[in-house]
Design a protein around this ligand. Structure first.
Ligand code: URP
Ligand code: ZN
Ligand code: ZN
Length: 468
């Protein structure tokens, strides 16, 4: 067969094994993975990409991003243009955003709104989880959404002001519905009543002057997340609904998920995000500490250690970013009141570099585990396992080529994200993508973005897979 592209001389890394092999691409698909393909190729007919000394991994799959999200009185500043450019440069070739209905909107309206944000702009592939914010109305709409290839829903235990909050009855009902539809419920787990009480106790001029952004951490102790995860797991167990805890940040949460697995409940999954693995809440004491505010907030070193261990022992199935970018100017809206900080951080461009540098190079994860957590598991668990997450014949030709040791200093001025800061500013990180291909097209060459708006396509998803 005449191939369009062959990646040669690299080490092909999948979640199960690594092999020295060439990767042949025809159109948008991987046609063959075998030794000697480049040598056998006809001269001039095929583009040859030399990956000597590099890893050839599946494109990253970030299952938790918020692009152009109206939130906290502003709109997150990475949209489908800059956000997906950043993804590509970071070696991420699929993003899953959240389509959220506002006011009285239907689930379909939310999906249509998010489709319009992405259409013509996205440079890598995308799909959506759909937020169920008005349970009594939206429960009747879920089946039609699943039929469109969108089998994952989201509920928030907090964000009453945004009109997104779900109570226990809604969560219980939604899990039952997910079981019926073979769908999955993603939960933002934080205990809102106690959280609101703690915020009210500390929301006064004197403490705000004294503690500034540190009050964000003070009002979100670990039990705020742990109690909420415990409750969600209970509802999942009694309904047999499939549950996925998003952005898990605590050691206690990790223990609760592990206990559920020990009881034999494999229907309960959890992700963490890169920031919870490497940042801690001492940052809030800095002059620019408010930049790091996100929900849930970054925790402490023992939490980081337990989350890394949870990745290793498969309690935590995936690493995402919860990218919700706000510029310094947007973050400055807080004016000393931590409850007014736009919550969220940039992350898409640094997901693979953070997990590679702090996971693989620090020997917390093997290179295959890195691929499992950032590529294979997120694809499989979210119903994309038939086309994403592996370098294998028949899969989409989504590939990132990573140099094993070359480090690049994180500098927002050199990045594709619209953020003018990074939580990892100045950090030397390996694992940036030297070359990224999305469905056969080179979108990053020599660490520079060279893709095209509109190349990214909406992905209909099929049967949801399992954790490990
Ligand atoms: O701070 C965050 N995480 N912002 C985005 C919304 C959410 O809760 O995921
Ligand atoms: Zn959330
Ligand atoms: Zn989020």
């Amino acid at each position: 067969m005449q191939y369009d592209t062959i990646i040669t001389n690299g080490t092909v890394v999948n979640a199960d094994k690594s092999i020295k092999a060439d990767v042949a691409i025809k159109g948008e698909k991987i046609a063959k993975v075998a030794k000697g393909l480049a040598k056998a190729a006809k001269p001039n007919g095929t583009k040859i990409i030399d990956a000597r000394g590099c890893y050839v991994i599946p494109g990253g799959v970030d299952v938790h991003v918020h692009l152009a999200l109206p939130f906290c009185g502003t709109t997150s500043s990475d949209d489908y243009n800059t956000g997906t450019r950043a993804a590509a440069r970071g070696g991420v070739t699929t993003v899953i955003d959240f389509a959220i209905p506002y006011g009285e909107e239907s689930l379909q309206q939310a999906v249509d709104n998010w489709m319009a944000k992405a259409e013509g702009k996205a440079c890598v592939d995308y799909t959506f989880h759909v937020a169920v914010t008005k349970w009594n109305r939206h429960k009747h709409e879920m089946e039609a959404i699943v039929k469109q290839g969108l089998p994952t829903f989201k509920q928030f235990m907090i964000y009453e002001k945004e009109g997104w909050q779900a109570d226990d009855a809604a969560i219980f009902g939604c899990l039952e519905k997910c079981r019926e539809l073979d769908a999955m419920l993603l939960i933002h787990a934080e205990s809102s009543r106690v959280l609101d009480e703690l915020i009210a106790r500390h929301h006064n001029e004197e403490e705000m002057r004294k503690y500034g952004a540190r009050l964000h951490a003070v009002t979100r102790p670990n039990f705020i997340e742990a109690e909420a995860i415990q409750r969600a797991v209970k509802w999942a167990e009694v309904t047999c609904g499939r549950l996925y805890i998003v952005h898990m940040s605590t050691k206690e949460g990790t223990e609760i998920i592990q206990e559920a697995h020990r009881r034999g409940n494999r229907n309960v999954l959890a992700e963490t995000c890169a920031q919870y693995l490497v940042l801690d809440d001492s940052l809030f004491a800095r002059e620019d500490g408010h930049l790091y505010a996100c929900c849930p907030q970054i925790k402490k070193k023992p939490d980081q250690a337990r989350l890394w261990k949870g990745l290793k022992d498969d309690t935590v199935c995936a690493v995402s970013t919860d990218t919700c970018t706000f510029t310094r100017e947007q973050k400055a809206m807080w004016q000393g009141d931590w409850t007014k900080i736009p919550m969220g951080m940039p992350g898409l461009e640094t997901l693979l570099p953070i997990v590679y540098t702090h996971g693989v190079l620090k020997k917390r994860l093997s290179i295959n585990e890195f691929v499992e957590k950032c590529c294979a598991a997120p694809a499989r668990v979210m119903g994309l396992g038939d086309r994403k997450g592996a370098v294998q014949a028949g899969m989409d030709a989504d590939i990132a080529i990573l140099h094993p040791s070359k480090k690049i200093k994180v500098d927002p001025a050199q990045m594709e994200t619209n953020a003018d800061w990074s939580p990892y500013q100045g950090w030397p990180l390996a694992g940036f993508s030297r070359t990224t291909l999305c469905r056969g097209r080179v979108v990053v060459n020599d660490y520079e973005f060279c893709g095209q708006n509109g190349w990214g396509k909406f992905l209909r998803r099929s049967k949801l897979g399992t954790g490990r």
